[in-house]
Design a protein around this ligand. Sequence first.
Ligand code: BGC
Length: 737
Amino acid sequence: MKLTEQQKNRVEDLLSRMTLEEKIGQMNLESPSIVGGFDVPFEELIEMMTDGRISQEEFQKIMSTATRDFHEEDIRAGLVGAMMGDDPVKANELQKIAVEESRLGIPLIMGFDVIHGLRTVYPIAIAEAGAFDEDLFERTARIAARESRAHGIGWNFAPMIDVARDCRWGRVSEGPGEDAYLASRFARAKIRGLQNDRTSPENYVAACLKHYVAYSACESGRDYNTTSMSISQLHNVYLPPFKAAVEEGAASAMASFNDLNGVPCTVNPYTLRELLKGAYGMDGFVVSDANGIKECVTHGIAEDDRDAGIQSANAGLDMDMGTHIYKDYLKEAVESGAVSMEVLDDAVRRILSVKMWLGLFENPYVSEEAIARYAGKIPAEHAETALEAAKKSIVLLKNEGNVLPLSKKQKISLVGNLAASEEEIIGAWAMSWRNEDCVSILEGLKNSGAEVSYYPCGGPEGEINADEIARACGEGDVVVAVVGELVSMSGEASSKANVELPGKQREMLSLLLEKTRAAGKKLVTVLMNGRPLALGWEEEHLPVLVEAWHLGVQMGNAVAAVLTGEENPSGKLASSFPSVNGQCPIYYSHPNTGRPGSKSKFTSRYLDAPFDALFPFGYGLSYTTFAYSELKAEEDKDCLRVAVRVKNTGDRKGTEVVQLYMQDVTASLVRPVKELKGFSRVELEAGEERTVNLELKKQDMGFYNNQGEYVLEDGLFRIYAGGNSRDCLCAEIRVNF
Ligand code: BGC
């Protein structure tokens, strides 16, 4: 985020003319509040519905009498700096008040959760990351930026770049998986996509890195839970994507809910001031997560709201999301000296700088033309990119007997009520999509020209219909079962202790298996889920497994393309899949132990489950096969030059994600058995063989110690290359730095 001298001067000039109240106003992020004749606060009303004290119908009846308060009076008085929302007409109305009626005319910045697309919803991040395609990551973000601006949103609460290794945590769906290196490349690409097309103010937004930091390491995968780790672990695994994104110019960040080694991230001067703003050099601002400041009282780190506000401001938290604590307490805190004017000015300077950089002072409004652009269906080129992303995110897990691809002549019995759903393809954290843009799997198969009959039979919730299952198996040539999770089963506040297929879907698959076998027909299982699932039973019993995640608006067309062979799958897993629940958390880049898991008794293993992942990070099959040979690693000044021969040994063209891993064999701290250090998407014709060259910079071969220092240690390294994190060739090399 670079400002011109003139812009910097404008920020300073404004700052010098602001009252204390106006400065605090800039630090206040509002969302429209619900007002109505309820006897209880809105939050409690929600709880009453959730815990069953009132029915959904009763809730809706009460809500129909409610109105929304957009805080116009406060905006006019300069007491609001930022606002949430995705309605461009409302955004213009509120902006007009800020620009024309507030004393200094400082525009609002409008923020919204545009996590994997606004109107053009593309795959959830855990799926998209598996495409291992930076150019794609950037292009989908660019579309999100344009659509956001056309909806009045200048600030996206994205990318979510929490490295997540425990699939019990519902929010694994929102982030780029378990690996720090892939997440860092993903983060950089997303920043470029969201922020870098400055050819018009309609083309870029301010990104907001979240959730800073280590939120994903919540104990036992339970959302909001405590987080405890060594400084080395923090720096090697959880911080890298944030550091990378700041280097790429990220304009803002969101402090996470969790405590980290006892200090909530909302009030953590080490992570906020020392690292993010100090060592990494972030010049934008930091916002709390929703209600985050207030929760510091519940955490037991602040005595009351005032104390929480003071601690937050002093730690470097620039903006308050949703609590009004800054609004209510900062003035007194500054006047009494509990918070210095320097702290306040620093926060306001950062917020104004982002607004200046966004061009909000010159272009505060959404044009009529931009609003009209999204009045109907999404633009065709946006849908096309969403389709490309969806196709590239699909992972073929198992294809026994090469049942896939299906031939055009086969009549498909499509089973499972997820298959016809438009709502359930979207994924967690998407709120502005429209049914008219969504293609269900049923519709996608029809679009592809396949002959398909649909039998709901059952889904993630409720009963299954055995008669319908029998009919489905009787009538088609091949049965395609779509099973998985509802959108509401992943995302925030959706942790699960059981990550197997929910409901009676296993029973349904069991019946389908029995009936298709008896009828001599094939069964294909398509998974539609927001987290890695424990698929031990499915892998053992089912012949074909396709991991299709929640792929967004074009899901149906993408799944159809893969099933019919129009697209040869190339997606890989950005997160390891366990066999059974008890293996969580499971990830490939674990430290070696003194007794690595093996078949012998006294090793790091389970008595009743395998010790390694069912499907490891980086895994994914194709309709062709690839063979690796001749791995070489040679030192060349500042880097290692790694070369490996990759051959397409099948009979059709395919794309392979060639992955480069490293192990620091002996170091002053125990290092992971493998760490991803590079990758390349390579397209090969049938029979074609090519040398794939990858560079590993020596500078990237070090690690952070427990003092938070980055160290490069001479010694033996193993270099691995392969098509997933488990099946690799290995070469050894001694490196002196
Ligand atoms: C979530 C954030 C989100 C914020 C605003 C919070 O509950 O944790 O990811 O950006 O709400 O909607």
